[in-house]
Design a binder for this molecule. Structure first.
Ligand code: T4K
Length: 413
């Protein structure tokens, strides 16, 4: 009986893990399997595997219609989509980005010798703070890249205002944000362009995949050329390019995901509400809220663990991992603390106090269609128990860690 567990039952202290199988953050959502397999058979029958096939075109049209933009260009992943868009927009010199993001946001710039200039976040939204951008603009600045972290929209209007006033390009890393709105408008349609990720761990997946969304016809045409080696027809290369194409099997997966999207949102929303109920009143634990008056994909369950919890975020994570819950610290320690940025900008942390604080407090919990009924209650109970006994756990854990007879934390798979 999970509700009857006492501190000595915690797996970190040698008890039996609450979950026999590992629960992951980012377990893929699988849409309609039959529809997907039918399409795979069709792909094999027609022997058209990639290079702008029928399913890629259908998928692009479906995503463009969902978002309400003229162009969707599907790609092999969001990182390459970002790289190509950055290049197609003519960005150079310096681009202002948050450090509280997945490392790909900054790498997509650095990969092409553009300097990511890290801007602090607004602790209320976890997104880039427009009030801090002005002080970072130099004569070398060519753009701003916002990230809609957790699918919660950036301060889009403020960013657009700064970009217009300072003559900068505005790009959004919308890797988390398909299916989410800002003031009733779908994310994907803001700035010069936006980029979605359809990685396996995302709300909607194409195994690996991404897409660029834009209403700019010229930009879209350049991006299409660039993602296909610059080919403008057989034997006719008119531009420098790379290979960013999405395959047919990925697009088939994406079409099934589009068809199942509302069902997946429903499951995520139910999990989110259940977590919210179950975690209410635990001191020092705050669940990041979604604005339910907007459309949200509820893809991430994000906890902030502050000092009132009496248990550090990392000890709570270790306690959950011992229970077979692979809770994650996205985006610890902040991109500015990763190489090569840490070496390039050793002082960056002084300019990023909110990023530093948040990166030390965040813990993500499993959600999505792989979570079984009752799992959220069990998880919340474990968190409540660990927090209630935080100081005691702290004291006992060093003994546990040095005792070889006691089950060690599971290694990262
Ligand atoms: N911008 C932002 C803001 C992003 O968050 C990302 C990606 C990007 C850009 C770049 O998009 P892509 O180029 O990837 O399209 C994961 C994802 O790999 C990454 O796509 C994602 N962000 C990031 C937030 O999370 P890791 O290093 O945490 O992945 P990993 O291998 O630890 O997997 C996470 C969990 O999911 C594991 O516990 C295992 C489970 N899992 C994973 C896969 C791949 C499964 O159960 N099945 C699977 O097939 O980065």
């Amino acid at each position: 009986m999970i509700g009857k567990r006492v501190i000595n039952d915690l797996a970190i202290l040698g008890g039996t893990p609450a979950f026999p199988e590992m629960l992951h953050v980012g377990r893929p959502n699988i849409g309609n399997r039959e529809r997907f397999l039918d399409r795979v058979n069709d792909i094999l029958d027609r022997r058209w595997l990639t290079n702008n096939g029928r399913y890629v075109q259908e998928f692009e049209a479906g995503v463009a219609a969902l978002v309400g933009v003229r162009h969707c260009i599907a790609m092999c992943n969001a990182t390459v989509a970002l790289e190509i868009t950055i290049r197609a927009l003519g960005l150079s010199g310096e681009v202002i980005v948050p450090s509280f993001t997945f490392v790909a946001t900054a790498h997509a710039l650095q990969w092409q010798q553009i300097t990511p200039v890290f801007c602090d976040i607004d602790p209320a939204t976890h997104n880039i703070d427009p009030r801090k951008i002005g002080g970072l603009i130099t004569p070398r600045t060519t753009g701003i890249m916002g990230v809609h972290v957790w699918g919660r929209p950036c301060a889009v209007e403020e960013l657009a205002g700064i970009a217009a006033e300072r003559n900068l390009r505005l790009l959004f890393d919308a890797a988390h944000a398909i299916g989410c709105t800002h003031r009733g408008r779908m994310i994907g349609g803001f700035g010069n362009a936006e980029v979605f990720s359809f990685h396996a761990t995302k709300f909607m997946n194409t195994f690996e995949g991404g897409a660029v969304l834009t209403d700019d016809d010229d930009l879209a045409a350049r991006i299409r050329l660039m993602k296909n080696f610059g080919f403008a027809g057989y034997d006719n290369v008119i531009y420098v390019g790379t290979n960013g194409k999405m395959s047919e099997v990925s697009a088939a997966m994406g079409l099934s995901a589009l068809e199942s999207m509302e069902d997946i949102v429903e499951v995520n929303r139910r999990n989110y509400r259940r977590y919210r109920e179950e975690l209410t009143g635990i001191p020092g634990i705050t669940l990041a809220a979604y604005d339910e008056s907007e459309r949200c994909n509820y893809q991430y369950i994000v906890l902030e663990v502050d000092s009132a919890a009496g248990i550090g975020r990392d000890l709570l994570m270790a306690a959950l991992q011992a229970e077979n819950v692979l809770a994650r610290r996205y985006f610890f320690p902040g991109v500015h603390n990763m190489e090569p940025y840490r070496s390039y900008f050793p002082q960056a942390r002084l300019l990023l106090p909110e990023t530093e604080k948040l990166a030390g407090r965040i813990l993500l919990l499993p959600t999505g269609t792989a979570i079984g009924s009752g799992d959220v209650e069990t998880l919340a109970h474990l968190i409540r128990l660990a927090v209630a006994h935080g100081p005691e756990l702290h004291t006992r854990i060093s003994r546990v860690q040095s005792d070889p007879a006691i089950r060690p934390f599971p290694a990262r798979p």
